[in-house]
Design a protein around this ligand. Structure first.
Ligand SMILES: [Zn+2]
Ligand SMILES: [Zn+2]
Length: 84
């Protein structure tokens, strides 16, 4: 369970976007466009903003962060990538 106060200040570490909290699954999800490979944001052309990755893709991923012992694990590489 993540407190409302914490939810208010948390943002996606990849794109700084808003997160949606799923109380049942106890997960935080950002459904903005991220690179399906590395999870970094992509620009309007579908190009990954991470210089080392640089992947251009026509599909994107949302990021789902899990919560452990009431602490959200806000790590891009730990987040589950959800095709979108
Ligand atoms: Zn995001
Ligand atoms: Zn990438």
């Amino acid at each position: 369970m993540v407190s409302k106060e914490l939810l208010d200040i948390l943002a996606c570490p990849s794109c700084k976007g808003d997160l949606e909290y799923d109380q049942e699954k106890d997960t935080l999800t950002c459904m903005n466009k991220h690179c399906p490979e590395c999870g970094m944001p992509v620009d309007e052309n579908g190009k990954c903003q991470d210089e080392e990755c640089g992947k251009v893709s026509d599909h994107f991923a949302g990021l789902c962060y899990r919560v452990e012992d009431d602490i959200p694990i806000m790590l891009i590489y730990e987040a589950e990538k959800i095709p979108r």
